[in-house]
Design a protein around this ligand. Structure first.
Ligand SMILES: Nc1ccn([C@@H]2O[C@H](COP(=O)(O)OP(=O)(O)OP(=O)(O)O)[C@@H](O)[C@H]2O)c(=O)n1
Ligand SMILES: C[C@](O)(CO)[C@H](O)COP(=O)(O)O
Length: 233
């Protein structure tokens, strides 16, 4: 099996983070968070390289072209995360074939561990619809109603938190994203890669991932990420 390219969407504004610079460049254990995430991914032996989708005219990008001996390439992202992922896939067209596996991983998830990457690759590449890392829900889940009251309790045994990376064959993901992002009725619901595959009838595999593969969304998450990265594995 060819080594796997990873598309890293990193073109967000970090509005919920509320800092002066976009959160992907927040300092995290001595390096910008994006560099921490890229280093973690590219240190894995089965990863071929990274295609990073950046905001247009991003003044913070340090100009990396290689990390851990692997190529780091960049492209310009889009208005929404899914647009950035599609741009990254389009920019990889010269390096991957339709049947090659590709991963997508949030720049804002710097704590992903290699044993999770191992599990995703081992299990996902044996599943035609691809796979995602996901964490089983551990809290009781409530559906809210207008006015802030509880509508109902949801059966949590069937609920998972989608994480990243998410793993798909290049042609299948590229085609699905192109199709669903051109459909105004579908585009708002495409918040991860699996939802694009699902929208066309696919049923990706859920691969259990670590709860602490957190997405840094708010400032508080950054402190938690620092704790995770500096704690014994
Ligand atoms: N147009 C966008 C929006 C988001 N992302 C990336 O997708 C990942 C997950 O998105 P999120 O956590 O929502 O980041 P932001 O969109 O920056 O956050 P916010 O919604 O608070 O602005 C991040 O690495 C972010 O940089 C992207 O590449 N392109
Ligand atoms: C892709 C993702 O991280 C899976 O949980 C999530 O959907 C990203 O959401 P965001 O609002 O773009 O951060």
């Amino acid at each position: 099996m060819n080594r796997i390219w990873v598309v890293v969407p990193a073109a967000g504004r970090g509005q919920r983070f509320g800092a002066v610079i976009p959160k992907q460049y927040a300092p995290l254990v001595g390096a910008p968070m994006l560099v921490r995430t890229l280093d973690r991914l590219l240190a894995h032996p089965k990863i071929a390289g990274a295609m990073v989708a950046l905001a247009a005219h991003d003044p913070h990008w340090p100009g990396l072209t290689e990390l851990e001996g692997k190529p780091v390439r960049t492209c310009i992202g889009g208005e929404e995360r899914a647009d950035s992922v599609l741009a990254g896939l389009r920019a990889l067209a010269d390096s991957v074939g339709n049947d090659d596996w590709v991963m997508v991983h949030d720049a804002a998830r710097p704590c992903v561990r290699h044993h999770d990457l191992d599990a995703l690759i081992e299990q996902g590449t044996r599943h035609s619809d691809g796979a995602i890392l996901a964490a089983p829900v551990r809290d009781t889940m409530k559906q809210g109603a207008p006015g802030g009251r509880i509508e109902k309790t949801l059966p949590r045994s069937e609920l998972w938190r989608a994480l990243t990376p998410q793993l798909f064959r290049y042609g299948a993901l590229f085609g699905a994203l192109q199709q669903v992002l051109n459909d105004p009725a579908l585009k708002p619901g495409i918040t991860d890669e699996a939802s694009a595959i699902e929208a066309l009838g696919g049923r990706p595999l859920l691969v259990v991932g670590d709860d602490d593969n957190i997405k840094v969304t708010t400032l508080h998450d950054l402190a938690l990420a620092e704790f995770i990265l500096t704690s014994p594995a």
